[in-house]
Design a protein around this ligand. Sequence first.
Ligand code: GTP
Ligand code: MG
Length: 418
Amino acid sequence: LTENRMYQQNEKSPLQVFVRAKKKINDIYGEIEEYVHETTQFINALHSDAEIVDKAERELFESYVYKVAAIREVLQRDHMKVAFFGRTSNGKSSVINAMLREKILPSGIGHTTNCFCQVEGNDGGEAYLMKEGSDEKLNVVNIKQLANALCQEKLSESSLVRIFWPRERCSLLRDDVVFVDSPGVDVSANLDDWIDNHCLNADVFVLVLNAESTMTRAEKQFFHTVSQKLSKPNIFILNNRWDASANEPEFQESVKSQHTERCIDFLTKELKVSNEKEAAERVFFVSARETLQARLEEAKGNPPHLGAIADGFQIRYFEFQDFERKFEECISQSAVKTKFQQHSSRGKSVSGDMRSMLDNIYERITIFRNLKQDQKNLLTERIQGTETQMMQVTREMKMKIHNMVEEVEEKVSKALNE
Ligand code: GTP
Ligand code: MG
């Protein structure tokens, strides 16, 4: 039943836009690779038989083969990446756990996360972690062991630990979302390194704030630097620990509108990364701890409100789900654009280059043939036969390439439009 529900949720998820686009562009590149291989064989044959294609040209063509293979490799690894930042103990790790519906990352009071932790899906069904600079797989059975493994090592705060978690345990991981957890922005002096090493290819950033206090200078400064280095980053703001507001219901509305106004001003007037309308859709009031508890109850077959920590659970729970939906729409659109647009235009330029190269060869063969026609009496019948055969092969190949280029261009732009 759970499998089935996850499948249905999956089908409706906006993340499917990315998943389908990725499949499509991988298929298109698979075809391009086939064409490139066929054409290479043809060019190599021409090179050895007739000296129509010289060495430089043959090498140039080989470079297309490598280019296409390199793009294919990147494409297969492409994913959607979301990075979480905020002050120590605001609940970054708890938000990720709530989204993953399982307590994967260590969370707790005080300074818990001491280096970058990336959670990504693994096909093999086993959980393990890998430290930066090593490809040793360290098996992880449970959260305690993971926390110990992360604490024991003297890891630098900017280093990265990759946690591979079985895809089938979470639909977000199955759909190729990769989560990056960070230490608090207040504990590091190397924020620039952080951005250069971990943020440049992030599709979405989530600023996790503590709703009990207000946004700090360190948090603001970090995002100022991010938006200088990246053009218009997608930033969501979560006012976490909103369950605390239930203790002071008389101030709840005024605090909420004060936070909302500050967050919107920050995105629009300070960072200038969103307009008013978009910014209003990027600010949420949630409780990560409560959401995770609710989801753990749900997984046991209990009603989610058993996980409630305070009054107003339902509203906070809906708001968390609303955040997730908007986040999914945003990340999948952004990743399709930034990741696949580039590959599509590279694919177009490679197929265009190949086309003009083959046009050139075709022209040369025509000249070569006319020349030979003039010296017909000197040629044996066998050579003529070979030439005609060659002409025919070239013509067929040219047609094939023409068709291929058109087909690929059509597919690429159709995929892009979609
Ligand atoms: P560092 O890794 O140290 O930077 O902290 P973090 O931002 O990852 O915070 P973490 O998720 O470890 O949470 C810190 C503490 O706050 C934990 O004890 C959580 O259980 C608690 N916590 C997180 N979110 C909430 C929430 O929404 N409400 C309440 N009441 N507690 C929360
Ligand atoms: Mg943490």
